[in-house]
Ligand binder design. Structure first.
Ligand SMILES: Cc1ncc(COP(=O)(O)O)c(C=O)c1O
Length: 373
């Protein structure tokens, strides 16, 4: 969808419903978007916008505390875990994890499960020796390696997994009891289901999918993994130093943090993580059933590993893809193109996507198949 910052250049708005299936930055719940708009000029009667609040002032500190409390309540987070609100996105953590968690010369275990795990591995390798415990490369990342095949090293500093492979449409359904701290990139399925938090040493997620807008990376880390910064690591990138300063060692990404606080509240109001998981199953099962029943669409992912949040599929006639995407956009169904590295179609069904959006997409897909199948 071409867009301009200047209202006079924008295409005339089409009537009817619109659904944004983008992988991220993703759609926000309308209620959250409305609250951001309504209180933007005057936040909580302070006479100032939230964009102008000093991060060391009591009101903003209160917002950070509230966000942390809401997160702790949603996840039933044990007291020995710290919550950090950081800059830099998940990609920045790819390099910072080995720098923060490993002793000099120590290695880490990585599961090579898809596009994002491959990125995490390439970056971490610049800073530490790695052991690939299993890989899905051989099957083109259409299935996850079975946990029984993972070759874990009991001496590793941590074991890294990607809970949801956003580009490949795969989700880890179970998390192993690991001898070494389990570290998970949960960028695309954070807060979409209840989690056995005690199994993890560290969880991290960029915010722009299920937790608001871009600019914030949320990190949950077990106390005992915080170690003094290694030589050369800038202080704002040290988990231990950020934890000591309650994520205020430098100015935190305040607007993204405010949006995350609203999202955490919204998820709680919807019934919490069980409710998110229940709604997610209903949406994704409907879509996968529609794909499996069709002659035009097909899904290459092994059914047991299919992601409920990143539904990736193909057209049997790939030449129809540009026409499919253009017609979908005209029908108010935006950003359905697959990840650049994978191609095809991808419908991101994060928490904010209502069931009505998936029903509308299926109706469109059936109509497209009738015309082009
Ligand atoms: C699983 C996963 N990890 C990491 C990233 C990178 O996030 P960021 O661009 O915020 O660094 C993404 C982005 O889509 C992702 O889906």
């Amino acid at each position: 969808m071409a867009c301009s910052c200047f209202p006079e250049d924008r295409p005339a708005a089409r009537g009817g419903e619109r659904y944004n299936f983008a992988a991220g930055p993703a759609m926000l719940p309308p209620a959250v978007q409305a609250q951001i708009r309504d209180e933007l000029p005057d936040w909580q009667g302070s006479g100032l916008s939230v964009l102008e609040q000093p991060f060391t002032g009591a009101p903003f500190k209160g917002l950070m505390q509230q966000a942390e409390q809401d997160l702790r309540a949603l996840l039933a987070l044990p007291p020995n875990y710290r919550v950090l609100f950081l800059h830099g996105g998940a990609s920045c953590q790819f390099g910072l994890l080995p720098m923060n968690l490993l002793a000099p010369g120590q290695s880490a275990d990585y599961l090579e499960s898809g596009h994002w795990a491959t990125k995490a591995i390439a970056e971490a390798r610049r800073h530490a020796p790695l052991n690939i415990i299993a890989s899905g490369q051989g099957n083109g990342f259409t299935a996850l390696p079975e946990p029984g095949e993972w070759r874990l090293d009991p001496q590793a500093g941590y074991c890294h997994v990607t809970s949801n492979e956003t580009a490949n449409g795969l989700q880890l359904q179970e998390f192993p009891q690991s001898q070494v701290p389990l570290v998970a990139d949960m960028t695309s399925d954070f807060l979409t289901r209840p989690l056995p938090v005690e199994r993890f040493g560290l969880i991290y997620a960029s915010a722009q999918k299920n937790l608001g807008v871009a600019g914030l990376c949320l990190l949950i880390v077990r106390d005992d993994l915080l170690r003094p910064p290694r030589a050369g690591l800038p202080s704002p990138f040290s988990y231990a130093l950020q934890a000591e300063q309650q994520s205020r060692l430098c100015t935190p990404p305040s607007f993204a943090l405010y949006c995350a606080a609203l999202m955490l509240r919204w998820i709680g109001q919807q019934g919490g993580l069980e409710a998110m998981a229940h709604a997610g199953r209903a949406k994704s099962q409907l879509l996968y059933r529609g794909i499996d029943a069709s002659d035009l669409y097909h899904c290459r992912q092994r059914p047991a590993d299919r992601s409920p949040v990143s539904v990736c599929f193909q057209l049997r006639d790939e030449l129809l893809l540009p026409r499919f995407l253009a017609a979908a956009g005209q029908a108010g169904l935006f950003n359905l193109q697959g990840h650049g590295a994978v191609g095809g179609i991808r419908a991101s069904l994060y928490n904010a996507m209502p069931l009505a959006g998936v029903e509308r997409l299926l109706e469109f897909m059936r109509d497209f198949e009738r015309r082009h199948g």
